[in-house]
Design a protein around this ligand. Structure first.
Ligand code: GTP
Ligand code: MG
Length: 402
């Protein structure tokens, strides 16, 4: 079968940073024991099948049925371009009949049978081999055997083409072994937790990649969401700006299920919305704009990682207040997008004028937004903003943040 395309990750940030997985490359997803890497594997498999790539999955951690059922929980369907080498069912003696396209290893304790199955299957030509999991091969046998499997696979791929992704959990194999492993792969992505007695965040980070030069990789927080899979996660984005500018309108337009504590059309406590946008997830927090609620601002701004500053394009007299709110929320200096709302109203300033009035440098993102339905604006209620403006603001923000 001809190659359709080089394999992809199907995880936006990794595809952006690494431009997919080039042919004949070996990638390692290296997870700490407390953080699962299996959803990363599911997502890669699913997205390559979607792209029309031929995928071979070597699985030893569960049965093919359970594997595919788990994938389905994330909404990751598979198709006939997937073939599975089942190195699990032989342990239990229960054959995996319900998954047609699989080869069962009759004795998963037989080192030679495993290599034979892999090499025969790889001879048929695949775009991507996923090994789930490589650390379990080391646990079953020993580390050197796991490394010899990688050598065999690389040898095959060198001749036949295709790439390999190995999922690995770092169960203390010793520095020497790990160095051996890392030297054998072209790219390594760490999948870890932020631990302070309990794990309160999970992140991934590209640690090594030999086909991308001169790029600094940043780590990003993620959540594994059912359905949907891996989403880059920002725990707190602050939406602030002067009174009546459109903060609450923005949050309700950008997120599903937003809630606001409003009275007589003004926010008196806060807004909150869950944002789910192009593979990103974030919690949006909105501040009130009226000065009498300023004592709340510092509290609301705490631990924000980025800011959306909403201003009314017709009210330059409020611009100093906008800057003051960045100071009071203690978010001055964080990644920021300025949203110039109410573009429909007479007297709305041009973006250039706004930039000048606000003393924004040329690198600060400034985006126009406007109400969707101009004939139906209630002065006592937030209104829905047009999607293209809101999306541009979010695109700009996530570009700043990642
Ligand atoms: N004409 C026009 N009106 C808008 C637009 N966006 C919002 N509004 C209106 O402006 C008013 C204020 O909007 P909100 O979203 O409540 O503003 P806010 O910034 O949350 O206000 P506070 O919470 O009181 O600070 C509402 O009456 C909205 O319907 C717009 O693009 N054009
Ligand atoms: Mg509000």
């Amino acid at each position: 079968m001809d190659k359709v395309k080089d394999p992809v990750f199907g995880i936006g940030k990794l595809d952006d940073d690494l431009t997919g997985i080039p042919d004949k490359k070996s990638v390692l997803f290296f997870a700490s024991p407390a953080v699962g890497n299996e959803v990363f594997g599911y997502q890669v498999i699913h997205n390559n099948l979607l792209h029309g790539n031929k995928v071979l999955l070597y699985v030893n951690r569960t049965s093919p049925e359970a594997y595919l059922a788990d994938m389905k929980d994330y909404d990751f369907e598979v198709n006939s371009n997937l073939h599975i080498i089942d190195s699990y069912s032989g342990i239990t003696g229960i054959s995996s009949k319900s998954v047609d396209d699989s080869t069962m290893i009759s004795n998963p304790y037989d080192k030679e049978e495993i290599k034979k199955a892999l090499s025969e299957e790889l001879d048929k030509g695949y775009d991507l081999l996923v090994i789930d999991s490589l650390s379990l091969i080391a646990d079953f046998f020993d580390f050197d055997y796991a490394m010899s499997v990688i050598d065999l696979v690389k040898d095959k791929l060198d001749k036949k083409g295709g790439s390999v992704l190995s999922l690995f959990t770092d169960w203390d194999y010793g520095e020497e072994n790990l160095n051996k492993l890392i030297s054998k792969v072209n790219a390594k992505v760490d999948i870890k937790g932020i631990e302070k007695r309990v794990i309160f965040g999970q992140y991934f980070a590209v640690i090594k990649c030999d086909w991308v030069k001169d790029k600094k990789f940043s780590s990003v927080l993620f959540k594994a969401v059912k359905p949907g899979g891996i989403k880059i996660y920002f725990p707190k984005i602050l939406v602030t700006g002067p009174t009546d500018a459109g903060k609450t309108s923005f949050i309700h337009s950008a997120s599903k299920d937003a809630v606001s504590v409003d009275r007589l059309g003004g926010t008196i406590a806060l807004d909150h919305g869950n944002l789910d946008f192009k593979g990103y997830k974030a919690d949006l927090f909105g501040t009130p704009g009226q000065e009498r609620f300023d004592p709340l601002l510092k509290l609301l701004g705490g631990e924000a990682v980025g800011v959306i500053l909403v201003i009314d394009s017709t009210k330059p007299d409020q611009f100093p207040r906008a800057i003051e709110m960045l100071r009071k929320t203690e978010t001055y200096g964080l990644p920021i997008v300025v949203v110039a709302n109410k573009a429909d109203l007479p007297g709305a300033l041009s973006l250039d004028d706004i930039r000048e009035h606000l003393h924004l440098d040329k690198n600060t993102s400034l985006v126009r937004t406007v109400a969707e339905n101009l004939n139906n604006i209630d002065p006592n209620k937030p209104t829905r903003l047009k999607k293209d403006g809101v999306d541009s603001a979010l695109d700009a923000l996530f570009a700043e943040l990642t």
